[in-house]
Each structure stands twice: as C-alpha cells, then as structure tokens.
Design a protein around this ligand. Structure first.
Ligand code: FAD
Length: 283
C-alpha cells in the first residue's frame, strides 16, 4: 500500500518545530529516522496532515558525558550508539542491547528519540532506560522538562509527552562498580523480542545490590520486576536465590499473550532470562 498524501516540513530550529506542532495540533507527526513511522503510513495506520522532519534541527544528536550523566541526543542513531566508546564505557547495558535492534540498515537510520517516543513495549531502549534510571529530556514552547523513565512510559505506545513537546535527549547517570547484562529471546535475530531483560546491579564481593531488572515484551510498557530484584538484593546469586527470584516473577509480571506466545510461555521465558542474566551479572 501507499501512504496517504501529506504535507512535509523541514524546520531548522526547535522554535519552528513548536510553531508547526501548534499550528497543526494532532494533524502533525514528528519524523525522525522514519523506520517505524513510514511503515505505519504505508499501512495506513496513521494519516497525518503534515510530517515535521526534525533531522535539520541542530543540537539534537550526539553523545556526550556532562554533569554526571551520559547524554544521548534524540537524533542519535542506533548505529552511533552501537559504535560509541562513551556508551561502551558508561552505559554498557545500552551497548549490549543495540545489536538486538532490528538490522544494520535500520540501525543506520533509526534514532534513540524515535524509539523512546514510540514506546513499543518490546523495544530495547525503554527497558534499558528503566533499568539505568535514565531521565528523558523533553522540550516544548514553555521550555524543557526532565521525566524519569519510570514515569515516561505510561502504557502501550503511550508516554508522558504532552501536546507540542518532543524528546530532545536521554540522560543516563554515571555509576561506578555496577554490572550490566542484556539478553532477549526473539524468533529471528532482528525481530522484536518475545521477551527480553535489561539488568543492572552493583557488584561487591560477589553480592548484588541496587538490583534493577527491567523486562521488555512482558507488559504494556517496560516492566520493572521489583519482587524478583528484592529476592536477590544483598545476596550472591546462588541457585536457591536465583530460584526465589524466578518464583517472584509471577508476582511482578502478567505478560499479555501475543499471536505466537501464550502468557504462561512468556513467564517461563522471563524465568529463563532471569537465571541467565543473574549469572552474567557476576561472570
Ligand atoms: P520514526 O519512525 O521517525 O518515528 C517513530 C515515532 O516517534 C513517530 O510517532 C514519531 O512521530 C515519533 N518521534 C520520532 N522522534 C521523536 C522525537 N524526538 N520526539 C517526539 N516524537 C518523536 N525497534 C526496536 O526497538 N527493536 C527492534 O527489534 C526493532 N525491529 C525493527 C524491525 C524492523 C523491520 C523495522 C522497520 C523497525 C524495527 N524497529 C525496532 C524500530 C526502529 O528501532 C525505529 O528506528 C524506532 O522505533 C523509531 O525510530 P525512528 O527514528 O525511525 O522514528
């Protein structure tokens, strides 16, 4: 199918973006890498009046360490994140997760901001952002707001972005002494995950603390497994501890079934990933 007809604008500043969003309201759609949006247009799942292409707006891309955080601009591509030495050093969880996003051609164009704004519950960045206690920086006519990842992802393709706002960056706190592990199970490499797990924890003398286990594909948004994390916190992940964490998942998650995988099967996969990730965190 072909996309319905739409107008196209390529603003050169954030002020122009906000003008366009104000003028067109719900009829305007931000275009970043287009790797999700263009498919929804072609399938006629979306019919905006105007696409507001933000790729000409300066200052929205790049990776920098500043003020105790790793800042990733909204227009930074998946490939740039994958190749970044700063990301590998300061947010290795992201470095582990990016190769699971789609395929090289899509990673060359798709953006960090597009992925978090889309808020697909099976996407990698939202779960990583939750595990790493990241902050999403959004901007609108009134200025910038900083929203904790835990508050930003509200439900299926739903975020805390207000009308007229766009994502401008993500900020990831710099932390020493932490370990990261990212694993997912997909039907084929490059497909969206059936279930995935982004894990981050402090490792000290073989014991894990400040454990954060964020699942993708296991709810209507990235899901933090609080009970499972509590079962491991302050302990070495010996077999009995791992089993307690796996059992606790039934209290944390109630994964929705999809066309291929039942809720029970997803919970089973979440248990499997938890065992593997806890082993990886201390390896
Ligand atoms: P676009 O497609 O341009 O926009 C996506 C949505 O976000 C639109 O609603 C747009 O209006 C909005 N938007 C974009 N940028 C902003 C912003 N800065 N502020 C506010 N709103 C904004 N993704 C995964 O995470 N994991 C996968 O495994 C995966 N597999 C894929 C497989 C295929 C075959 C394809 C085609 C895509 C896949 N994707 C996957 C999606 C891909 O990662 C996209 O790049 C990403 O979801 C959206 O980024 P984009 O820059 O292309 O955004």
């Amino acid at each position: 199918m072909k996309a319905p007809s739409f107008a196209y604008a390529r603003p050169r500043s954030l002020a122009e973006v906000f003008d366009l969003l104000e003028a067109h309201g719900d009829g305007a759609k931000i275009l970043a890498g287009g790797q999700s949006l263009l498919a929804t247009l072609n399938m006629r799942l979306s019919a905006p009046d105007v696409l507001v292409d933000i790729t000409g707006v300066p200052g929205l891309s790049g990776i920098a360490v500043e003020g105790g955080t790793l800042r990733i601009g909204a227009l930074t591509t998946h490939a740039e994140i994958e190749r970044s030495p700063e990301v590998a050093r300061h947010a290795p969880l992201l470095a582990q997760a990016v190769p699971h996003i789609a395929h090289v051609a899509i990673r060359n164009v798709g953006t960090f901001g597009g992925s978090v704004a889309l808020a697909d519950p099976a996407a990698e960045y939202p779960a990583c952002a939750l595990a790493l206690e990241a902050t999403l920086v959004v901007a609108g006519r009134q200025g910038e707001r900083r929203i904790a990842a835990g508050d930003f992802f509200r439900g299926l393709y739903d975020t805390a972005l207000a009308a007229g706002e766009i994502v401008v960056a993500g900020e990831f706190p710099l932390r020493a002494g932490y370990r990261a592990a990212f694993l997912e199970l997909a039907r084929r490499h490059g497909d969206y995950a059936i279930v995935g797990l982004a894990a981050h924890a402090k490792l000290d003398g073989g014991r894990l603390s400040d454990v954060r286990l964020a699942f993708l594909g296991a709810g209507d948004r990235p899901m933090l497994a609080v009970e499972a994390a509590r079962a491991v916190d302050g302990k070495a992940p010996a077999p009995a501890v791992v089993k307690a964490a796996q059992d606790a998942l039934a209290r944390d998650l109630d994964p929705p079934a999809d066309l291929y995988t039942s809720s029970a099967a997803k919970l089973h996969l979440a248990r499997v990933l938890t065992g593997r990730v806890l082993a990886a965190l201390i390896a």
